[in-house]
Each structure stands twice: as structure tokens, then as C-alpha cells.
Design a protein around this ligand. Sequence first.
Ligand code: ZN
Length: 624
Amino acid sequence: MRSATQCLAVCAFSTLLWFAPVARAQAIRLHVDLKDAPRNIYHAHMQIPVHAGETDLVFPKWIPGNHRPSGPIGGLTGIRMEAAGRPLAWQRDAVDMYEFHVTVPAGVDVLDVSLDAITTQDSAGGGGPAASDNLLDLNWNAVVLYPKGARSDDVMFAPSVTLPAGWKFGTALPGARAAGEDVEFSPVALTTLVDSPLIAGLHYRRIELSKPGESPQHVMNVVADAEADLAMTPQDVAAYQKLVAETGALFGARHYRQYHFLLTLSDQVGGHGLEHHESNDSVESERALLEPDQHMLYGSLLTHEYTHSWNGKYRRPAGLATPNYQEPMIGDLLWVYEGLTEYLGNVLAARSGLWSEEQYREALAGTAAMLDHRAGRKWRPLEDTARSVQTLRTMGSQWQNWRRGLDYYPEGELIWLEVDTILRQQTHGERSMNDFCRRFHGGESGPKVVLYTFDDVVRTLNEVAPYDWSTLLRERVGTPSTHAPLGGIEHGGWKLVYNDKPNQFTQAVEKLAKFADFAYSLGFAAGEDGKLDDVIAGSPAYEAGLGPAMKVIAVNGRKWSPEILHAAVKAAQSANQPIELLVENAQFFKTYSIAYYEGEKNPHLERVAGQPDILGEIVRPLSH
Ligand SMILES: [Zn+2]
């Protein structure tokens, strides 16, 4: 094992050449029978070239994009190993659950391995199943074993699948040759295989985002639980075409041979968005293309995942670029990997027309308010949330404001907005993050990985505009603070305000997820049944003694409902009387009195008179 400092020293000065022509061993043949997908079990068979003697095989553990040991080992079943038709005894390693030992007899050069992946837990890291009655998502890391110690760039796989009858598929894997339900692909390195998921479904639509003959080609592949869900509007198709043009104008280069959006529309499978070099594998709810609230809430999912092709896949933090899937990843720079992607993804949603300017600002206001009420920022620096991704990703929402969540995403957005506005101020509007992106993510087109460190980020910022970026960024990510970094909004000519008008995004989530949000007034969100989700430390509800998982039964003596509590918050403003909540806490009932008289508080951005609208300039399209 290598320590963090060793890895940074070794990796930072090397460039992984993704498609480097290295001498490779004979390909492992891999066939995945997907006909049982509706039952959430995939059957795989591998023919692995081997030498006689002790052989160690491993199952991918650290999954790119998940940044944590999320390889779905619990779903790995039905393992059978055979040589020349005779079963071989295998053993799992006593310490590393992802490693298997087998002795290959003399004279045998191919090991047959069969296994089944139970996919009731999505292997893309989104929870929920990977397949439904009508569609599936195949992440190849769930169906492969490979030789221990090998670099994933050096292990070749010749993959093929059998699909359920009548299903069509989308993937960035090259060289597809279909015969009925059987599809064979060209041999690829394990790195490319794991980076190229496949979606398939009974209801499938392919939308060309590039003009005929244009290179590289961009394709939108959509699968859904019902045919009617696939009806992407001509306006949306035009917006995604605009998105492609906007990324070209922003980055100035493309690091893929072709790009596939793999979009699943379903309420039955795990919700996720997972980035890849030449594709993204994203799930939205079944009616996301058709219903306005859902359309708005998902408006920046594909723009975010697509941005990762440049920020995350082409340029990658040194600690996240590991030689294979067994080496631990170091997440310290996720505030760049995810935070800058969050910033650019939201800006691109507005530039491409998937969001209006007002929707962009409403989303930003919600993010800023949430982070400005994160009590845990007083003890936990942002960088620690990135380093802790493997523990924070799976924690629930209870006490999240005190523990902090994966805050490097939203707070990264605020930090990069601040950086963008400082670049514009320092250069009197001549330069911006657009220039940073062209330098950092542009360069020569073509698929490869170029590593970076904190110092590389600072150096590139200084090339765009000299400033003490190192001090600013170290302070933003490395030290606890009482307030969120709102400098970008303020330099942008806007300020964060609270009033009784609902925030568009919060209101849409309240309707869809059926909960009531009182975060910035009383200090909590509650489910339809009155159960408190999180209680913000230091808020009026917290001071009254309330905590997560307690259940509100009655408000001022009347049975709980979100409407009753909203009315009580308004009434308290003029009556100047505390709100009395009857609360159930695991079989025990008690009344809590909340002394709060300031009415409803929903976050919005408001223009600062006399200041230029830099935010408006930032979301202006670059392409024509
Ligand atoms: Zn991301």
C-alpha cells in the first residue's frame, strides 16, 4: 500500500495515457446474459487466460465516480470456477473480501469463471435496483473478476451481452455487432469497460444531437418504463444540442471519440447520475421530460454529468487516479472535481436554456441558504467532507446539518462562483472562469487522463489573473467558518434574502417528495406524517428541544398538517405567542414551545441597485 503523500508525489507528475499502445495479454472473454434483468440478476461467464499454479482474482472495489469502496460485493453470487470442464475449489481471502484464490492445474491455460450479479442494489451507487420489468443498467464492474495487481489499462476484455427479447441498447462501447438479441463489442481495456456502462430497454429512443457527418458524434439514448415517457420535446432536443455547442465554446476541446447520454426514465430503479469519459449514466423520474416541476429539478443533472467528461475524467485529481480498482482513492480535491462541476453544470443549464435565468438564481439561492444554515461548518472544514466521502455518502439526513453532508458539491459551487467574480473584477471584465476552463480543460482533443494537484489549480488561476488564490482557496476549504462563502453572489450584483414567497425549487421538492420545509424559520423539515427530518442546531426548534425523528402530532392543539403549521407560523408573527407542538418521541408524548415570531422565510436572490449584473453575464451563452 502507498500512503497519501507517496501517491501524490508519484502520480502528480505522470500522465496516464488512456489509450497508450502497451503490450497486452490475451483478452478475457466476457459474456453477460441479461435476459433475467426483470428479476434483477445478471449471469456472467468469463474465460480468463491463466498459467498453472496459484492464481488470485479480484472484484472491483473502489469505483470511479463513487470515490469510495462501493463495488457491490454483497450481490456477487453463484461463483463457479472450472478448468477444462472440471470444477475447481476457490477460496475468498480471509482479510480482503474482494479477493479470491484458486489453484490452476498443470496444462490449463484458460480458467472458466461463472458468476451472478444480484442487482437489487444499483451498482452505479444510487441505491435501489439496477433493472425493472422494462429496462436495465449494466455496470460492468458488477460482473467481472480480474487478475490481482494488474493495471486496469493493461487487462483486455472482449465483452458481449444477450439482451431480453425486443430490447434495444445504448452504450459508448465501440464496435457493436448485433445478431438478434446477442451483441458483441470490440475488445477494450478494463478501464474502458468499467467506464462504459450499457443501458437497454423495451422502450428506447435514440436522438442525434450532432448533425449528420459531424465529428465527434453526440447521441442521446433514452430508455423508460413506458413508451409515452420518451417524448422529449423539440425544445429540449434543441437545448441539449445547444449544450453540446456551449461545452465546445467553453472548453475548446473534446476528450472523447463520441459521446453518449444514457438516460433512464423510471421510478422503479435506483436514482443516480454517474459520469464517464465518453458517456454519462443518469436516472431521472419516469415523467421528468413531461412534468414542469420535475423538468426543472432535473434540469442540471445531464449538464453536470456531461461536464465531468472534462472536469473529473480528462482532468483528474491525482488522488483519484488509481492504477486499478483495489487501490484506495483520496478525495481531498473533490471540491474541484465535484464542486467546479456543480458550478459549471448549473451555469451550462442556464446557458443552454434548460433553466431560465430566474431558475438558475432560485437554485443558487436555495444552495446558499442551506449552506449558510449548516451548523456543522463551525467544526468541520469543507475539505474534511471531501476526504470523508466514503463515510458521508451513505449517512441519512438526521443531524446532517451538524455532521455536514457531501457539502463539497454545493459549497464548491459557491467557491467557484466567487473565484469567477474575482477573476472578472481583477481583469475589469476581460477574463473569467471561461478562460480558466479553456486552459485547464482544453488542450489537445482526444481521450486521455491528465492529473492535477492543488498547486496546478492555483498556477492556472494565476495564469488567467494574478491573485493570492492559494490563500483564498485554502481558507475556503481548509478552515471552519460561521457563514457560507456568499462573496460570489455579492460580487455578482445580488444578495441572498428571505421572504414569504416560496422558492421555486423548494416548492417543487415539497410537492414531489411530500414534505414541508420550515428550515429557515423554525429550523426543520417534516414529512407529511409530521416526522422531523433534520433539526438545524441553533434554530428556534433546536433551542426548544426538538430533534430529528420526533413526530409532530398537533400544532397549537390542532391535528398536524403542513398547512396548519404554515398558518401557525404566520399567526405567531402578529399574535406574538409561541407555537405549541405536541410531539411523539418513540412512544412518549411531550409539548414543546417554539418562541419564533418572524414569519415564513424562503430564500431568493435580490438585485443590489447600482451594481452590475455579473451573474447575468455569467449565464449568457457563449455559442451562437
Ligand atoms: Zn458529479
